[in-house]
Design a protein around this ligand. Structure first.
Ligand SMILES: Nc1nc2c(ncn2[C@@H]2O[C@H](COP(=O)(O)OP(=O)(O)O)[C@@H](O)[C@H]2O)c(=O)[nH]1
Ligand SMILES: Nc1ncnc2c1ncn2[C@@H]1O[C@H](COP(=O)(O)OP(=O)(O)O)[C@@H](O)[C@H]1O
Length: 391
């Protein structure tokens, strides 16, 4: 697996140009990566503001497919270099872009993408940025019903689909209209869940608003096995259990601007009966008190304006632009030069780059492949992890 030979690239590019009319869009930069029967053609236009596009050639059917593309698409590029990692995602180096924008991932067959393919019934791929810095700790989001936890988590998952994985809890409450079993929750029955709690299947569990909720060991493992950072949407009791556990999590409590606004949001969601709304509002008072004063939480965020709150959340997690830039310029960091490409040799990922001083001579950063396996989407540019070599 890896980059397709040059003649296949040319052939595919000709086909794209002639058969699909994408040729002009792919003028600036293009790269192909073959995984199994599928060849992923990724390309863009250098000076334009058009986003980088993805097309898939399926050898099994002989057809071109235009996938649904999730995540933030990178904009124009001066050149792309790509390599398959673990056969489920493609590591892409975007030449000429800023250091905090140059390392990208295109998920093609990860758990998240496979789920999305099932839900949407079509080919799906997902973009995600490589993160510079220490971003491994699981994230616990708590707060009263209707405050916007789910909304904020969805935004995070949409912008960084490959970086975060949602811990799908078990619950005995009935599914809401749009909720899917196995995606939003594992919907189960009281007797079954009680037995599974006894069997030690859960990391934590609690009775909330009259139903049982719990995080299974498996739910967390699915996320960490995929090399992602786990997000848990759990109540204050669950947060307390996590705080007491060995799980080194960041715990964030989300507050509404007022109880009136909380009620408005809860009602406008139209997912609960009047009785359930009243119970949730009553419980919200207690949750707010515990959330603000218990010392369980590392951070409290006010969700007044949604975009502002989301930006604050990203800042806390070290994934806003400013925080990423700060980490890149940290003393131990290595600045990736502008002209770079990526290739794979044995168990190393090689990021090649030209240096102005040596004109055409190139240098490389050698990155152990295991580094990407263990820390996918959490690229720590650190002298300890990178060997420099003159090749
Ligand atoms: N302790 C614990 N709480 C959970 C879990 N999953 C969800 N919850 C919490 O249960 C509460 C009710 O969740 P839900 O029924 O989805 O309603 P919502 O809060 O209105 O979105 C929320 O406070 C969730 O954070 C879990 O696995 N463990
Ligand atoms: N900052 C905000 N301003 C206005 N409405 C919001 C805001 N955040 C979320 N909402 C809305 O409030 C409702 C409840 O949000 P939701 O994410 O379901 O809450 P939770 O998961 O905490 O129960 C949803 O209809 C959502 O669109």
């Amino acid at each position: 697996m890896g980059e397709a030979p040059a003649f296949i690239v040319d052939d595919l590019q000709n086909q794209i140009g002639f058969e699909n009319g994408f040729g002009s869009k792919f003028k600036g930069c293009k790269t192909t990566t073959t995984i199994g029967d599928k060849t992923y053609v990724i390309g863009g236009n250098d000076e334009s503001t058009l986003p980088v596009e993805v097309r898939i050639f399926d050898k099994a059917t002989g057809n071109w497919v235009t996938p649904i593309v999730l995540g933030s698409k990178p904009n124009s590029c001066k050149g792309l270099s790509a390599i398959s990692l673990n056969d489920d995602r493609i590591l892409i180096v975007n030449k000429g872009s800023a250091p905090d924008d140059c390392i990208l991932f295109l998920e093609v067959d990860t758990w998240f993408v496979r789920e999305q393919k099932k839900i949407r019934g079509t080919e799906v791929v997902a973009w995600s940025k490589g993160v510079w810095g220490d971003a491994e700790k699981p994230v616990v989001i708590s707060g009263p019903s209707g405050v916007g936890k789910g909304t904020l988590i969805s935004m995070l998952m949409k912008e960084f689909p490959s970086m975060f994985g949602f811990s799908v809890s078990h619950t005995t409450r009935a599914p809401r209209g749009m909720e899917k079993d196995g995606v939003h929750y594992h919907f189960t029955e009281q007797s079954i869940m009680e037995k599974e709690i006894k069997d030690g299947k859960f990391v934590e569990y609690a009775s909330v608003h009259g139903n049982l909720y719990g995080t299974s060991i498996e739910a967390v493992e699915v996320v960490t096995d995929a090399g992602k950072r786990c997000i848990l949407d759990i109540d204050v009791q669950g947060a307390r259990s996590v705080r007491a556990s060995s799980l080194e999590a960041i715990l964030i409590f989300i507050c509404p601007p007022s109880m009136e606004e909380l009620e408005t949001r809860l009602r406008s969601r139209r997912t609960e009966t009047e009785e359930q709304i009243l119970k949730r509002l009553q419980n919200a008072e207690v949750e707010m008190e515990q959330g603000k004063s218990s010392g369980i939480f590392d951070h409290i965020l006010y969700n007044d304006n949604l975009d502002d709150c989301y930006e604050s959340l990203k800042k806390l997690l070290g994934i806003d632009g400013a925080a990423a830039a700060t980490q890149i310029s940290a003393p131990q960091g290595i600045d990736l030069p502008a002209d770079r490409s990526v290739s794979k040799m044995d168990n190393k990922i090689i990021i090649n780059y030209g240096t102005p001083e040596l004109e055409k001579a190139s240098k490389s950063l050698l990155v152990p492949l295991s580094f990407f396996k263990n820390l996918i989407f959490n690229i720590m540019i650190s002298c300890k992890l990178f060997e420099r070599c003159d090749c």
